[in-house]
Ligand binder design. Structure first.
Ligand code: UDP
Ligand code: MG
Length: 306
């Protein structure tokens, strides 16, 4: 059994790989712990796999889990946790945006008795204004609606003790919002801070559209509150409609009947139509989730372990 497992997902990361291992391996050696590096090749289309195999010849501590196709980062992380054998596990991005030096600080905290050591980004000045604003909004909305709360500006980069990893592995859901699952596990937590550097090579795989969908997945994974919004709204609109009905009735009785009202009528119809569509969409989100979960498909398919 190894003392520490580093789990790194790779999706078309051939360009950044040299720098990654060159930084990571000396740091792990410096930590003076027995280690393994679980590299999950998430269906890369470039020569990531070939290069990983080449690196394994030089560093026998590397274990390669090769997916049959691209399953996404969360699936890759899940596989990494499944294959990791260490007493503690550190998931890390393979593009060097999670600085490996931090692992030494994390190990120190772990040895002090913390079960989880989070890496928290101190400033996001490298990010664009829109990215910062949308990320901030996401955490606000998420934490308002969901339990347990997510710590802000904390990604997947962290150290977890074996018992935390085993707890996360107990969560069987198909749609895996890893941050939420990690938070769900709990345990005694410490934080180390860092400044997230820019990507060294290649490009991020996230577009704003993907991020938006990810945010919806995250919230609907950990909160049923959106379903209740339509209930509240329905109650409010019903109450207003009732009051208005009473008002119209009184007016008809005491002042006679008048015809005008096209504008208010069409506004009410369009508005309610919109509300109904949104409510349907929200229900659809959850029904879709039930559908995905009920199929019970595997989270990932491993082609080979090298
Ligand atoms: N990644 C993956 N599968 C994917 C997309 C990304 O395994 O489908 C890996 C990628 O190789 C990297 C990490 O996940 O190690 C983070 O990806 P990226 O840098 O694109 O995300 P960002 O840093 O912009 O959040
Ligand atoms: Mg990145």
């Amino acid at each position: 059994m190894k003392e520490i497992s580093v789990v790194a997902p790779f999706y078309n990361e051939s360009e950044s790989m040299d720098a990654f291992f060159k930084t990571l391996v000396p740091i792990l050696k410096k930590a003076k712990l027995s280690f393994e590096i679980v590299c999950v090749n998430d269906g890369s289309k470039d020569d990531t796999l070939e290069k990983l195999i080449k690196f394994k010849k030089k560093h026998p501590q590397i274990k390669i889990v090769n997916f049959s196709r691209n399953f996404g980062k969360d699936a890759a992380l899940t596989a990494g946790l499944d294959f990791a054998e260490g007493e503690c596990v550190v998931p890390i991005d393979s593009d060097l945006q999670d600085p490996p030096e931090l692992i030494l600080d994390m190990i120190k905290k772990w040895k002090e008795g913390f079960d989880v050591v989070l890496a928290k980004r101190t400033d996001r000045s490298e990010d664009t204004l829109t990215k910062r604003a949308t990320a901030g909004l996401f955490y606000k909305v998420y934490n308002m609606l969901s339990e347990p709360k997510l710590p802000e500006n904390v990604g997947d980069f962290r150290l977890m003790d074996r018992k935390v990893v085993d707890a996360v592995k107990l969560l069987p859901e198909r749609k895996r919002f890893m941050k939420g699952l990690f938070a769900f596990a709990g345990f005694k937590t410490a934080i180390v801070e860092y400044k997230r550097p820019e990507r060294k090579a290649g490009a991020s795989k996230w577009s704003y559209f993907k991020l938006f969908n990810y945010a919806i997945d995250g919230i609907t994974s950990f909160s049923a509150f959106p379903l209740r919004i339509s209930t509240y709204f329905g109650l409010l609109v019903t109450a207003l409609a009732f009051a208005r009905g009473v008002w119209i009735l009184f007016r008809a009785i005491f002042c006679g009947i008048d015809v005008p009202g096209y504008a208010s009528l069409i506004v009410a119809i369009l508005f309610l139509g919109g509300v109904q569509l949104i409510s349907l969409g929200i229900i659809g989100e959850y029904v879709g989730r039930i559908y995905v979960e009920s199929k019970n498909r595997p989270l990932y398919i491993v082609k080979d372990v090298i």
